[in-house]
Write a protein that binds this ligand. Structure first.
Ligand SMILES: NC(=O)c1ccc[n+]([C@@H]2O[C@H](COP(=O)([O-])OP(=O)(O)OC[C@H]3O[C@@H](n4cnc5c(N)ncnc54)[C@H](OP(=O)(O)O)[C@@H]3O)[C@@H](O)[C@H]2O)c1
Length: 262
């Protein structure tokens, strides 16, 4: 049986991390399909700029939000309902990346990364699922990363938080399918966004942002569980991750030996 795919008449789209990068470009694409889109992030200035500059078929509204604050996440959803809408599509995309060198570990780095990348998703997911359960349908996409496939240099906190998201989505799919809630996990490779601008290491197959957002939003109309791009890179990583560990460490070590923070 086909999984649920929302149309504008079913409700609105809610995107966390919607002020810049993948979230903002996805918001524009959903709005162009005729959806009302709510974007959330901490920077009200960036959200306001995006909402004001949009003039297409649909509409972009914004709700400033720090996803690490669980009360604020519930309140954001209440605000959407207060404006007369149900969320038909949730794209949980807010995230951060902090280099974590093995010789310079910090508890704060781990705590902050998990608070934003993992708990930040859960804080929004739980109330949204309550709402979708009540109306009997919905679709959710969680932006993880190919860093969640296996350990990469400098990504001990980031990769672990994304691996947790992938595992959580796999686990939820068993129940959500039966609840008419489509869940998808998005595992991008390197995409040209403000987040990757900070990287001082080579980023193979770096994908332009427009192309990535096109791919993401189009794939959310399909029933595949995992949305991943650019495929040349992400499937190579999938393959490397099934190799025996000695080979895995050799290949990834060589491939990322330029990965020292400059
Ligand atoms: N770019 C890549 O190569 C790549 C690859 C794999 C996965 N990803 C994932 O894709 C997602 C989007 O990243 P991006 O590349 O588009 O980078 P980006 O432009 O830096 O977007 C990150 C978004 O998250 C928001 N955000 C960060 N902390 C937040 C918080 N505490 N509460 C609410 N919003 C918060 C940011 O806005 P504020 O700072 O205003 O809050 C911004 O809107 C992330 O989850 C990232 O891990 C990116």
């Amino acid at each position: 049986m086909a999984l649920f795919t929302a149309k504008p008449a079913d409700g609105v789209v809610w995107i966390t991390g919607g002020s810049t990068g993948i979230g903002a470009q996805s918001a524009i694409r959903f709005a162009n399909q005729g959806f009302t889109v709510f974007v959330s992030a901490r920077s009200e200035k960036d959200l306001d700029k995006l909402a004001r500059s949009y003039s297409g078929k649909g509409e972009i509204r914004y709700l400033p939000l720090d996803v690490t604050n669980r009360t604020a996440c519930q309140k954001a959803l209440d605000d959407i309902r207060g404006q007369g809408f149900e969320v038909a599509v949730a794209l949980f995309n807010a995230g951060m990346f902090e280099h974590m060198k093995g010789s310079e570990l910090t508890l704060d780095g781990f705590e902050k990364t998990f608070a934003v990348n993992f708990s930040g998703v859960v804080n929004c997911l739980v109330p949204v699922v309550d709402q979708m359960k009540r109306i009997g349908k919905g679709q959710i996409a969680v932006v993880a990363s190919v860093s969640g496939y296996g350990g990469l240099r400098l990504a001990s906190a980031y990769g672990a938080s994304k691996a947790a998201l992938i595992n959580m989505c796999e686990s939820l799919k068993f129940d959500f399918d039966a609840m008419n809630i489509k869940i998808q996990v998005v595992n991008p490779g390197f995409i040209d966004t403000p987040m990757t601008e900070q990287n001082k290491f080579p980023m193979p197959f770096l994908m332009p942002l427009d192309k990535a957002a096109d791919r993401l939003v189009a794939s959310m109309k399909k029933d595949m569980f995992e949305i991943t791009f650019p495929k040349r890179f992400t499937w190579l990583l999938k393959f490397i991750n099934i190799l025996p560990y000695p080979l895995y460490f050799w290949l990834v070590g060589r491939g990322t030996s330029g990965g020292k923070k400059k």
